[in-house]
Write a protein that binds this ligand. Structure first.
Ligand SMILES: C[S@@+](CC[C@H](N)C(=O)[O-])C[C@H]1O[C@@H](n2cnc3c(N)ncnc32)[C@H](O)[C@@H]1O
Length: 322
């Protein structure tokens, strides 16, 4: 099953995600690529653990989805998100039995280490999300990244490093086969939490649970409103940046739609904000459902940015619901 960010709860509950198999172990795989690891690994258990796979490539998502479906792995969820959003947003504390990372992007150039996943903040997040007895399982051909990851795990102060042999399934992934064909070996480490670690969450996670209203505003446009005056604009808040990229006229019902780019930490959303006329002649500025946006403070701010631009253009705001 494929989940979008908006399909999750923040944090979520494995019993809700896997209603048919709520008590099975839970494995998160980060960067599953074309999805070869899980069908191999799941076979080594009498009952397939619950699986959550996170990946940023849409093409990989579809390939893996097909593969897991063909393997009959029903208790498997795939999602297209950065792990840096999924882990602190969706995963509850002390809930995972394993976090699997096979052949992560090594970012080999000097000065690019900040792009690597396996750094101190990741290990601290991972330690807070693993159950007692759980571990992060890393397999990589890249010796320099392997040593870097081991050093970062030690530096996190919350992980013990055990250098061991990789599970056989980790040697069957697309990248494992690619490196094997080139005669390269694979390094494997288990990173085991050494102490209970307090969980931190995405700054807006509690907000997502408590905000049922779609952000909106009601206003009266000036008689001489000129939508062509729109210009690309950027608005910054404490934890978000909103860029209003463009404004489009809608043909079916009249009015306009603003396209906004919203960045909050590692989470980026593209959202549409509609401006439509109401029967009484006022206009409604409202977040559109299109694309299934999740209503974060940044998305609310996008509705605010459109409203405030219209205000600068002479609109009289009657109601703010953002
Ligand atoms: C080198 S490939 C390895 C793929 C697969 N694990 C394998 O062994 O064949 C690394 C994968 O990690 C994914 N990836 C990179 N950064 C990610 C992130 N922040 N969150 C989730 N996936 C990520 C990439 O899209 C890519 O598919």
């Amino acid at each position: 099953m494929i989940y979008r960010l908006g399909d999750f709860h923040f944090p979520d509950d494995p019993a809700r995600l896997y209603p048919g198999t709520p008590t099975r172990p839970w494995v998160l795989e980060i960067g599953f690529g074309d999805g070869r690891f899980w069908p191999h690994y799941a076979r080594t258990f009498a009952e397939a653990p619950n699986y959550l796979g996170v990946e940023i490539s849409g093409t990989s998502l579809l390939k893996a989805h097909r593969r897991l479906k063909d393997a009959g792995l029903d208790n498997a969820i795939l999602t297209k998100l950065p792990a840096e959003v999924l882990l602190p947003g969706v995963i509850p504390p002390a809930s995972l039995d394993a976090i699997v990372v096979n052949f992560p992007d090594p970012w080999p150039k000097a000065g690019h280490e900040d792009h690597r996943l396996l750094r101190v903040p990741f290990f601290q997040q991972a330690a807070s999300r693993l159950k007692s007895g759980g571990a992060v399982l890393l397999t990589t051909d890249h010796e320099e990244y392997f040593e870097f990851a081991c050093a970062q795990a030690e530096a996190s102060g919350v992980m013990r490093v055990e250098r061991t042999e990789p599970p056989a399934a980790a040697l069957e992934t697309k990248y494992a086969l690619k490196w094997r064909d080139l005669g390269l070996g694979a390094n494997h480490a288990r990173f085991v939490p050494t102490a209970p670690t307090p969980a931190t969450f995405l700054p807006f996670a509690p907000y997502l649970e408590s905000e049922p209203n779609v952000p909106h505003a009601v206003l009266t446009l000036p008689a001489d409103f000129a939508p062509q005056a729109f210009q690309k604009q950027t608005v910054r808040g404490p934890h978000w940046t909103v860029v209003l990229l463009d404004l489009y006229a809608t043909l079916r019902r009249g009015g306009w739609v603003a396209l906004a780019h919203v960045v909050e930490g590692d989470l980026t959303q593209e959202v549409l904000v509609g401006i439509t006329e109401r029967e009484d002649g006022t206009h409604l500025v409202r977040l559109a459902k299109f694309g299934g946006p999740i209503i974060t403070p940044g998305v609310k701010a996008a509705v605010g940015a459109v409203t405030e631009w219209l205000e600068r253009e002479g609109a009289a705001v009657k109601h703010r619901g953002y």
